[in-house]
Design a protein around this ligand. Structure first.
Ligand SMILES: Cc1cc2nc3c(=O)[nH]c(=O)nc-3n(C[C@H](O)[C@H](O)[C@H](O)COP(=O)(O)O)c2cc1C
Length: 184
């Protein structure tokens, strides 16, 4: 079992990337491989480049998705939606339609935001986008982290025990769902 973690934030001190690091530890404890994929080198989507010779960063990204049993997105909310960099990466991985790296790939969604809504609106948008790529999404329990700046210490370590337990519950549920899909 292998999960690919994708953060919607390129920021070095990103709470979403930090959340994926905690998710990776929890998944590894449950015997699951977890790799965090950096989408920062993926160029802007351009159909002219989406031909036989795709950009190297796109070829690498598609291969990493194909090689994973499931994806775990951790996204911030930007203006009530997901960041453009994440939508851009998803657009690349969604082509060719119906036969893309993302087609039928099981996905999980978590979010972290400094606001009290924890990225809930971005989660709903991301779920809808993943319907468009024919990627099934794990539905419950949902995980979102509100006031993310209060849950992490100054070294970027998760300091809030309740958040760790909540995320563990999400990871256990998500891995169980992936196992059901894999064994069917
Ligand atoms: C362009 C921009 C728009 C934002 N819009 C929202 C928003 O609509 N809702 C929200 O909760 N936070 C919003 N934020 C705050 C981010 O969610 C918050 O800074 C978050 O911590 C960023 O994620 P990161 O720590 O993983 O980089 C916005 C931040 C930026 C830069």
């Amino acid at each position: 079992m292998k999960i690919l973690g994708i953060s919607g934030s390129l920021r070095a001190g990103s709470f979403n990337t930090a959340l994926l690091k905690v998710a990776a530890e929890l998944a590894q404890k449950a015997g699951v491989k977890f790799e965090i994929y950096d989408i920062s080198d993926i160029p802007f989507y351009n159909s002219d480049l989406d031909a036989d010779n795709k950009p190297d960063a796109v070829v690498k990204f598609n291969a990493a998705i194909k090689n994973a049993d499931g994806l775990l997105f951790s996204t911030p909310e930007y203006n009530y939606s997901i960041p453009g960099v994440l939508k851009n990466a998803i657009d690349w991985a969604s082509r060719p339609g119906f036969n893309a790296a993302l087609t039928k790939k099981p996905c999980g969604i978590v979010s972290a935001s400094m606001s009290s809504l924890g990225g809930a609106r971005a989660q709903i948008h991301l779920r809808d986008i993943l319907f468009g790529t024919l990627s099934p999404v794990y539905l419950a329990p949902e995980f979102l982290l509100a006031s993310a700046h209060k849950a992490f210490d100054e070294n970027g370590k998760l300091a809030d025990q309740k958040t760790a337990e909540f995320l563990d519950k999400y990871i256990q549920g998500y891995v169980g769902w992936l196992n059901t899909i894999k064994n069917n």
